[in-house]
Design a protein around this ligand. Sequence first.
Ligand code: IVH
Length: 675
Amino acid sequence: MADEQTRRRVDSLRVEIEQHRRHYYVESAPQVSDAEFDALVRELRELEAQHPELDRPDSPTHTVGAPPAGGFASVAHRVAMLSLDNAFDEADLRRWAERNERLLGGTALRLTCELKVDGVAIAVSYVDGRLERAVTRGDGRSGEDVTANVRTIADVPDVLAVDAPPPLVEARGEIYYPVAAFEAMNDAREAAGEARFANPRNAASGALRQKDPRKTAERPLRLVCHGMGAVDGLAVAGHAEFLRWIGTAGLPVAEQTRTFDDLGAVLDYIAHWGEHRHDAEYEIDGVVVKVDELAVQRRLGNTSHGPRWAIAFKYPPEEQRTVLRDIFVNVGRTGKVTPFASFEPVRVAGSTLQLATLHNEDQARHKDVRPGDTIIVRKAGDVIPEVVGPVLSLRPPEVEAAGPWQFPRTCPFCGSPIERLEGESASFCTNVDCPNRLLESLAHFAGRGGMDIEGLGYETARTLRDEGVRAPPRRRLPADRRAAAAVGGVRREEGRGAARRHRSLQTAAVGAPAHRAEHPHGRRHRSRGPSPATSARWRRCVPPPSTRSPPSKGWDRSVPPRCAFLDNPRTQALLDDLAGLGLRMDTDAVKVDDALAGMTIVVTGNLAGFTRDEAKQAITDRGGRATSSVSKQTSLVVLGSDPGAQKVTKAAELGVPTTDEEGFVALLQTGAVPA
Ligand code: IVH
């Protein structure tokens, strides 16, 4: 039997651990190191093992790695979990407000606005301050008991941080998968040849419904609370007041919530978040507007759908249905064969889409979209368009009978066999001279990731390819041409004839940093920008500026090659050719062009000189990573006008440096982080 001292130690450890969890997860202000925290948990775990009579299911030691839960029991909600009526424009919202004011005999409304989180609805109840259970919405009257899994979510406290907890407090909220973590997870899945999750909500739902809570614990699920369920013994008069109370008690609440006395301010809030919907840590699909006073809520009551006192203002969806016309494959400059969907043009989140990549053979097979299918396509913010999947209930019988789309075994451009190496998800056309590969190679050589030749797009590249031009060009330039190139006039050279175009391609290469010429070779497993190893190798073969002649076979053989590619005689011949054409072999430009290697940069708000895509491109072009949420890994936050409040706060909390657009431009030009 445990003595009194051990009992007291166990109790105090539990309180202490809960407090640290709260500091860490709720306030983002940990007061002990991870190691110190782990030591407290370890001590508690050992005491519970030595004295099983002191163990309790709600002990913090059971919040991760609890034993398998088996199936989920159905639990009746104490108070039904209702849905919400929707408003799609200002007129809908005004009608809703006017109707309520009329019902209340002309009383002006006090309205609390919140983001509408696209997560999995959950009710978490606390009896005498201890987590009793967590139940999904289900049909609104009863849901699934997912308590064991929810206990593994770090920001769900086991015990409310209040001195005299009321007998019952039930908070309603959403479990979500943070967008940044979701994207990273999906990228990792794709790299491992696994299917991508359609969206963070599906990923959250999947993680929450794991039979084994240890699996749930592996996912970075989070909770945000937005409402009140059944309560007993808690005296609050308004919705916002309830949120403040549960926030103090340790439950996570949204920092973006605001209360207003006039509808104009509500509309401004809606407009603001419409512009910044991708600034939140979770996906949002609208704003929920709620009459704040609980007494007024009761007077207004419910309709058959949901409460009269709340309405969801829905933003235009970022997913739409359309019809898949066909699936094609493209052969890239590396020879990689990529399937893509061509569908009836559809407006999604402000842009018209008609093409979307299906990534590779496995992804195409997994999605099983077939020409003639109704499909769901999606574009979330600046994320590339994506085919979510088919609407199976709308699949025509003949499409069903036709069976799955088959990945081609021969190249549609040259008829050569398509090869897929063991263990790789990508397939390749086996013909190095595949005409489409040459086209892509030329277009890329001339494009932004390569020599950046203005006006040389696919159309010209196609003509050049048909005229027998390869990228990079092989013929030597006359000296005067090189001089012309040096003053930068040739990139603007426009001409109709093949010779002129060819010259333009050649001369454009002159003066460009040498590493840029790597791209046209289309090496596999390489992204933009040189690796440090490659840059070093380039540097070794650079002739001094005064004797800038081709390095003949001027490779410094003492530097070991980074890969067989660089040692390949064809590569070396190509580099010699490029040097012979006058390609600059110094690496000054590299200083800027890989200047952001290792940096993770977040841009928030509007920049005058860049669209969001251009800013991201500028970062990735220089070897940096552009992400959309601020974390401990973020190196710099660029603040445009009207930046995301959450990002500004997070940057300040984590001590991440910030800069304005001027600083960003300087960073891009010089590679120096602004002071
Ligand atoms: S209040 C009785 N507030 O949206 C009113 N719901 O489409 C209950 N949701 O079932 C809902 N964010 O799961 C409310 N800030 C928010 C919300 C929110 C997301 C979900 C909720 C609800 C669904 C209705």
